[in-house]
Ligand binder design. Sequence first.
Ligand code: ATP
Length: 199
Amino acid sequence: MQLKSLVLSGFKSFADKTEINFSDGLTGIVGPNGSGKSNITEAIRWAMGEQSAKSLRGERMPDIIFAGTDLRPQLNRAEVTLNFDNSDQYLPQEPANVMITRRLFRNGDSEFYLNQKSCRLKDIVNLFMDSGLGRESFSIISQGRVEAIFNSKPEDRRNIIEEAAGVLKYKQQKKKAQSELDQTDDNLNRVADIVHELQ
Ligand code: ATP
């Protein structure tokens, strides 16, 4: 699977609609300090479901919306679209071209689209979970992250390895099943109490 293009509009320093096409092989993005190179990788992470404003160098999520300059007023909406070539069926349930879009309004409302159909954040997160491309994966390593990974706790490092190995999804399903079992146990205990009272 390959990221073919990225379309940003109103995202951080990219006020105007900007399309970046990625060709085969290695792509390098160069530019002066503060020109928006990191904003590009943050846009990719954000569209793929990043939920932490801090990890996008903001305080609140609306901080990712173009904040305006002396010459230009702020915008009220940020939008990022990613187009993937999935012809190798890396995401097995998805078509040959996968398009995801995330939109955020200054009032906090957000919208997500998978192949142009409205969906939930959870659908996007699940789509990439265990693909090695998830928002916590090491497919995007931002400045300082290498050091942070070296200095992280063994459990945190293990989570990264588990995502790469594809077991995280099953661990989460197990956790959900366990909590349903616990709830069923509680219900059974309650029924037993009632039966006992009635006898
Ligand atoms: P460096 O090479 O120093 O790491 P860079 O090319 O990676 O820089 P970024 O950190 O991506 O640059 O971009 C920083 C720029 O983005 C700053 O000029 C900052 O003012 C601008 N910026 C960040 N958030 C917003 C926003 N919400 N609205 C407008 N501009 C923003």
